[in-house]
Ligand binder design. Structure first.
Ligand code: ATP
Length: 335
């Protein structure tokens, strides 16, 4: 039986992780769950932010499903989420953004996949005070780092019969760093003549996405732009409670939602588990359990189309456990 590392995380993390675990178990997939935790709550209890058991479990199982982790200020880490992605070289952050049925959103047919470079850019964490209160942050873009994420985006586009890949940059200003990313995009695109490469400057991309998002298909970009565009796109399809994500390296993957720990609603039973659940579906697909993932996705669609059990972020008043039960009931009906 496959063992999955489950990291519930902080804030709403434990609530949505519990929901997702029970829905995946109800899908018929047989997993052992190795539950280990990291983050602010663990730090308060033990003084350790990331206990050794977390690293050991991830390294042994090579697959983790992870809730959001809060990194306390002054704990010695900038962000545990970013640290884990870098430590395990999970260079592809893949975030599919799709319209779901039954929700009141400005567009009805969005189907985008964002590939965000996950290990370099402005997230390398090199900042310094150069002189009297002047701060500098380093943006690191390498040929290898750019090529592997861009190649993964094009390979995905080809395998999924997608039409275009938009390479998002600001090379008109950052001529060297973003210029390298864009040039690498042009080079990789030559190997995929069946896929159209679009070159889009990041500020224009923001405007285009809110005015006419369906003109795009696959998007590939650097770390910070990818983070910002992911939240923007989440807003187009109903918010952060819905959008999943995967961090994939060469032989290890961590699946997590785009959202953070949402301290404003933590512990109130209000959190929407669908973002982490759809991250779990990406994990099932990654592991070859496409049938079970489809059962869960179909059940999510049925519950949303019906519209009587929705959490507050989707315009309803149901709790996390009510929507969990509703999804499991739909799965039972389908079997
Ligand atoms: P981070 O900086 O850690 O990525 P963030 O600034 O993106 O976090 P979140 O914690 O994701 O912030 O929360 C942003 C808003 O979205 C909050 O109002 C929060 O309540 C809401 N939100 C996020 N996730 C969910 C969810 N699963 N269900 C309902 N609301 C959510």
């Amino acid at each position: 039986m496959k063992t999955i590392t489950l990291i519930p995380g902080d804030g709403i993390g434990p609530e949505v992780a519990e929901s997702v675990k029970s829905i995946i178990d109800a899908s018929g997939v047989q997993f052992n769950w190795d539950v280990v935790n990291a983050g602010a709550e663990v730090y308060e209890k033990t003084g350790e932010l990331v206990p050794d058991s977390v690293y050991k479990s991830i390294e042994k199982n090579k697959i983790a499903l992870k809730g959001p982790i809060t990194t306390p200020v002054g704990s010695g880490f900038r962000s545990i989420n970013v640290m884990l992605r870098k430590k395990y070289d999970l260079y592809s952050n893949i975030r599919p953004v799709r319209t779901l049925p039954g929700l009141n959103t400005p567009f009805s047919d969005i189907d985008l996949v964002i590939f965000r470079e996950n290990t370099e850019g402005l997230y390398i964490g090199i900042e310094a005070e150069r002189e009297n209160g002047v701060m500098e942050a380093i943006k690191k873009i390498t040929p290898e780092g750019s090529e592997r994420i861009i190649r993964r985006a094009f390979e995905y586009a080809k395998s999924m019969n997608r039409k275009s890949v938009a390479v998002v940059h600001k090379a008109n200003i950052l001529k060297l760093a973003d210029g390298l990313f864009l040039e690498t995009g042009r080079k990789v695109a030559k190997e995929f003549p069946e896929i159209e490469m679009k070159e889009v400057i990041v500020d224009n991309m923001c405007m285009q996405l809110v005015m006419n998002p369906t003109q795009y298909d696959v998007i590939v970009t650097m770390n910070l732009y990818g983070d910002i565009l992911s939240d923007l796109c989440a807003g187009l399809v109903g918010g952060l409670g819905l959008v999943p994500g995967a961090n994939i390296g060469n032989d290890l993957a961590i699946f997590e939602a785009v959202h953070g720990s949402a301290p404003d609603i933590a512990g109130q039973g209000k959190a929407n588990p669908i973002a982490l659940l759809r991250s779990g579906c990406m994990m099932l697909d990654y592991l070859g359990h496409e049938a079970e993932s489809k059962t869960i996705r179909d059940a999510i669609k049925s519950v949303l189309s019906d519209g009587s059990v929705l959490t507050a972020d989707m315009g309803g008043s149901s709790t996390t456990s009510e929507i969990t039960d509703a999804i499991i009931n739909e799965m039972k009906k389908a079997n």
